[in-house]
Design a binder for this molecule. Structure first.
Ligand code: IMP
Length: 187
């Protein structure tokens, strides 16, 4: 079964398909021109906007994710604004370390919401995966992307984990496994 995955990022598509190995589900990119305006205030709203736009363009069942980092001491910020917190990935890491430099409460979570819609944009399934950890005092590791170098699980940052280790515990891995279970029961 082919399902459109609402992203313009071929690397993300590859990661998703790796988690789906062993199922008969293949995720494919949306048609050219996919450029939704992510102006929702929640992960749920933004993933629905993306999924509906992919379904509108492709006429196929479509899945979208929306994710971000929520820091407890910042009342959940940067949240849906994680990608726009500062201009570059390194800038975002440095800004967060600086904002939290006098804060002892380092608790944080990565959140990923996935929304699956049919070809007409009707919601079939929505699920949320969370991964709880802490913000490190300094960055470490070179794997992954985004805030991975400062996101600690125990004493290891996500950027020090292999892709397989991260997929096992990550917000995105958890949400996608829920979606795969739903899709397999649909077939
Ligand atoms: P989006 O869901 O692709 O819009 O991503 C939102 C932003 O959240 C990304 O640009 C990253 O800054 C951050 N983010 C989401 N998931 C992860 C992750 O697994 N590791 C590190 N940063 C992440």
């Amino acid at each position: 079964m082919k399902v459109v995955f609402a992203t313009g990022n071929a690397h993300k598509l590859q990661e998703i398909n790796e988690i789906a190995v062993g199922t008969d589900i293949e995720f494919v990119l949306p048609p050219e021109g996919f450029d939704p305006v992510e102006d929702g205030e929640t992960f749920e709203e933004n993933s629905l906007i993306k999924a509906r736009e992919a379904a509108r363009l492709s006429g196929m069942m479509s899945l979208a994710d929306d994710s971000g980092l929520c820091v407890e001491a910042l009342n959940g910020a940067p949240g849906v604004y994680s990608a726009r917190y500062a201009e570059t990935a390194q800038g975002r890491i440095e800004k967060l370390l600086d904002v939290l430099k006098d804060t002892d409460n380092r608790k944080a979570k990565f959140v990923c919401v996935m929304t699956l819609v049919d070809a007409d944009g009707k919601v079939l399934f929505q699920t949320r995966g969370e991964c709880h950890g802490e913000i490190a005092r300094e960055q470490s590791g070179v794997n992954g992307f985004g805030y991975d170098p400062i996101f600690l699980i125990g004493s290891t940052t996500m950027a020090e984990m292999s892709e397989d280790e991260k997929n096992e515990i990550s917000h995105r891995g958890k949400a996608l496994r829920n979606v795969l279970e739903f899709l397999q029961n649909l077939a």
